[in-house]
Design a binder for this molecule. Structure first.
Ligand code: HEM
Length: 437
């Protein structure tokens, strides 16, 4: 126990040191960039240059502009068009999991699944299966080294991260070029199409570098968070069979309890999902108790008072999502997994705007929250209707919180496919049914 405690403290200390270094580096470079622009002021003119930020070195405010275009990507219409593709990717993945004779490392495979969803559905890349697998390995190497000290030495995490990013950017450039050349055979606009179209509408054709940065940003935001929540969802359904059964009852009542080969494949619609009230409660409760992101950082723009203390303008502050959920007085028995707390009768989250914020809050709230919830709902529907799953270890794994919440050593689960009569499908049949999306 002592060693595990020390390990956690040392991991947190390393993470904190990395974050402080990165923040300092960004702050200093931003100030220098600001000075560089201030120096270009025409001294013969008495007027001041406009107020506001010049963004970061070289990229300026491009990231911010990209974020504004991002919000279109998650509109109701866009989500409706992604839905059948997301469902197919999930169905295909669950079939593959069931066709494996061994147990699945759920966290690892959930990462692969969310990466696939981001690349295939959100970005619309038709990369061959083998290349996608290789890109995923490189992507993992990139993510593992994102929080490294910026020391460029051979074998350092920083060097490995930079190398991984270069390979990724090369792979993404190839995929983007192929996509730009081949526009036929598509029945929906993916996020990348919207990004390119919106930039043209704003009279600003995106450069290849901006496209690569934009796509990498999207994958980065979607990947670890959604994989964490998907794993927590599966773990809670395993721990609480009564919840799974209640979910199945709701699906049965709505005519959505189907098996592997039924005609419901790829035909879910947003209105069907929003009619599933209990499913919504389950997803909300998973996100409350197992919030993937601990919190966010802000710069204080105006001095304000908190509990009788002043928080001065210019300070960097962190808001904690996890502590907020743990201490919010509105939640009864905070440590108990109880989806019904979000039912219409109880609605524990209805009082106050900032007691429940798994996706952050304010102007920087998560842009992909509807997409993430949609993904989790489809995963839950497919799990409940087409799979039986059981824990392959004697006990549930411990949870770690860094860099996002996830089970230590993953979560080992054996999956079995169910047919439309809820009977188990043999793994060999599953393997035959498995199609590549
Ligand atoms: C369960 C899954 C997810 C969780 C828990 C989550 C959580 C969050 C949180 C807490 C923030 C705000 C951080 C802050 O306050 O600084 C955030 C920001 C963001 N998220 Fe998510 N997220 C998830 C999935 C996604 C997905 C699928 C996408 C898109 C593909 C996405 C895109 C973004 C973007 C672009 C931002 C930055 C918004 C801005 O700064 O204006 N997220 N997310």
């Amino acid at each position: 126990m002592l060693f595990e405690g020390l390990e956690l403290v040392s991991a947190l200390a390393t993470l904190a040191a990395c974050l402080v270094s990165v923040t300092l580096l960004l702050a200093v470079s931003q100030q220098l960039w600001q000075l560089r622009w201030a120096a270009t002021r025409d001294k013969s003119c008495k007027l001041p240059i406009p107020k506001g930020s010049m963004g970061f070195p070289l990229i300026g405010e491009t990231g911010h502009w990209l974020l504004q275009v991002f919000s279109k990507i998650f509109s109701h219409e866009a989500l409706e068009s992604y839905l059948p593709k997301i469902q197919l990717v999930i169905q295909d993945t669950l079939r593959a999991w069931s066709s494996q004779p061994e147990a699945i490392n759920v966290y690892q495979e959930a990462q692969r699944l969310t990466f696939r969803m981001a690349v295939r559905v959100l970005l619309g890349f038709s990369i061959p299966e083998e290349d996608l697998g290789n890109l995923f390995e490189v992507y993992q190497q990139f993510v593992e080294n994102v929080f490294s000290l910026p020391v460029d030495l051979p074998f350092s995490g920083y060097r490995r991260g930079i190398q991984a990013r270069q390979i990724l950017q090369k792979g993404l450039e190839k995929a983007i070029r192929e996509k730009l050349q081949c526009t036929q055979g598509k029945d929906y606009s993916d996020a990348l199409d919207i990004l390119i179209e919106s930039s043209k509408e704003h009279g600003k054709e995106m450069t290849m570098q901006e496209l690569k940065d934009g796509t990498l940003e999207l994958i980065f935001a979607a990947y670890a968070t959604t994989a964490s929540a998907s794993t927590s969802l599966i773990m809670q359904l395993l721990k609480h069979p009564a919840v799974l059964e209640k979910l199945r009852e709701e699906l049965r009542a709505q005519g959505l309890l189907h098996g592997g080969g039924c005609p419901c494949e790829g035909t879910l619609r947003l209105d069907m999902l929003s009619g599933l009230r209990y499913l919504d409660c389950v997803i909300k409760e998973v996100m409350r108790l197992f919030t993937p992101v601990s919190g966010g950082y802000r710069t204080v723009l105006q001095t304000f008072e908190l509990d009788g203390f002043q928080i001065p303008k210019g300070w960097s502050v962190m808001y904690s999502i996890r502590d907020t959920h743990d201490t919010a007085p509105v939640f009864k028995d905070v440590n108990v997994f109880d989806p019904d707390r979000f039912s219409q009768a109880r609605s524990e989250d209805k009082d106050g705007r900032f007691h429940y914020l798994p996706f952050g809050g304010g102007v920087r709230t998560c842009l992909g929250k509807h997409l993430a919830k949609l993904f989790l709902k489809v995963l839950a529907v497919e799990l409940a209707s087409t799979s039986r799953f059981e824990l392959a270890t004697r006990t549930f794994p411990r949870i770690t919180l860094v860099p996002v919440l996830h089970p230590v050593d993953g979560l080992s689960v054996k999956f079995f496919g169910l047919d439309s009569n809820q009977n188990e499908i043999l793994p060999e049949t599953e393997a035959m049914l498995s199609a590549t999306v």
